[in-house]
Design a protein. Structure first.
Length: 339
């Protein structure tokens, strides 16, 4: 296992992750987490007095990896602004904010911004001490970040796959995505239709209208109100703003047409009590997708609903992940057989 493997993006931001399993296998399974979490995909059940209670100790992706790691290489990554990956900072706004609290040169400001994008916490602490600017501490701990862009994260995935395939001979790529990660992995497939062998989804953020633009559930309504008022809605490190909504509005014009044309095996598991991605919308979407693929002789689409099944299926961990692992394994192109 290679923990803390890192990839530098064209804009200087560093994506970090874990490469595990059978690294020499021709199969690579990449798992993309949901918004606000990290590569372990560990759902928060309750928060009391700053103490988080999780649905499971390891996390969905660590469990899922345990079923597949003998037969494939597995890459778990923290998407930008999440986990140990770099902060998706707004460099111009950060420069102005730094100048307001500390009289620093442009060089020092650029250095601080670079450390944030690389999430080099040790260097940030050193610089704050060296510059004798303790009042920078709060700003650097909670920097000004840009609105999330799912297209930008899909470009990150493309760069990560390009970089890792330069070092390893992975010829079969399988994507797994939860919520936001499901949308990001699908956007990657749109632009690289012949480079992915299967797509596995948990509560994917496909219902763009109800979750973003024309919300019809309590969670989405509150989020939409905050963003439409010009603010940023933050759920952990997931930050949505007006630019996010504009991107979604543009994506929705062709999203479902492009989704119909994906010609790889797709498996989606949806929770019936999901408060963000409503099951009634997901069900209708996948019913249309399955019918189109069947009538046009395209690859199979599988859809399952789990009860009770909260968002991202944290409360029905083991059964759903075992079924998902069997679907992924059935699409590995190695000739390997399970014992």
């Amino acid at each position: 296992m290679k923990d803390n493997i890192s990839f530098k993006m064209p804009d200087g931001l560093v994506i970090r992750g874990t490469l595990m399993g059978n690294i020499e296998s021709p199969n690579l399974i990449v798992m993309l987490h949901s918004g606000g979490y990290d590569r372990r995909e560990k759902g928060v059940k309750e928060i009391n007095s700053n103490q988080k209670e999780y649905y499971n100790a390891k996390g969905n992706y660590e469990y899922l990896s345990s079923y597949l790691q003998k037969d494939a290489a597995i890459l778990l990554i923290d998407q930008r602004n999440h986990g140990r990956s770099g902060k998706n900072i707004d460099e111009e706004k950060m420069a102005l904010a730094i100048k307001e609290v500390a009289n620093l040169s442009d060089y020092d400001i650029k250095l601080l911004n670079r450390c944030l994008k690389e999430k080099d916490d040790a260097m940030l602490d050193y610089l704050v001490t060296k510059l004798n600017k303790s009042n920078l501490g709060n700003l650097l701990k909670k920097p000004i970040v840009k609105d999330m862009s799912f297209l930008e994260m899909a470009d990150d995935l493309a760069e990560v796959l390009y970089l890792i395939k330069r070092e390893y001979n992975y010829s079969n790529i399988h994507l797994v995505g939860t919520c936001m990660g499901g949308l990001v992995s699908t956007l990657y497939v749109f632009n690289h239709p012949n480079s992915v062998n299967s797509l596995t989804l948990f509560s994917p953020l496909y219902t763009l209208d109800s979750a973003f633009l024309h919300p019809d559930n309590e969670f989405a309504i509150h989020k939409h109100e905050v963003v439409m008022a010009g603010g940023q809605y933050k759920m952990g490190n997931a930050v949505e703003g007006l630019h996010t909504l504009a991107e979604i509005e543009n994506l929705r014009k062709d999203f479902y047409k492009q989704l119909l044309q994906i010609n790889i095996p797709i498996f989606c598991i949806q929770g019936l009590e999901d408060k963000l991605v409503l099951a009634k919308h997901q069900n209708a979407l996948f019913a249309s997708l399955k019918e189109y693929h069947d009538t046009h002789n395209l690859s199979k689409v599988y859809y399952a609903e789990i009860s009770p099944g909260v968002h991202c299926l944290y409360d029905v961990l083991h059964p759903s992940l075992q079924v998902a692992s069997e679907f992924i394994y059935s699409n590995l192109d190695t000739g390997l057989k399970r014992n």
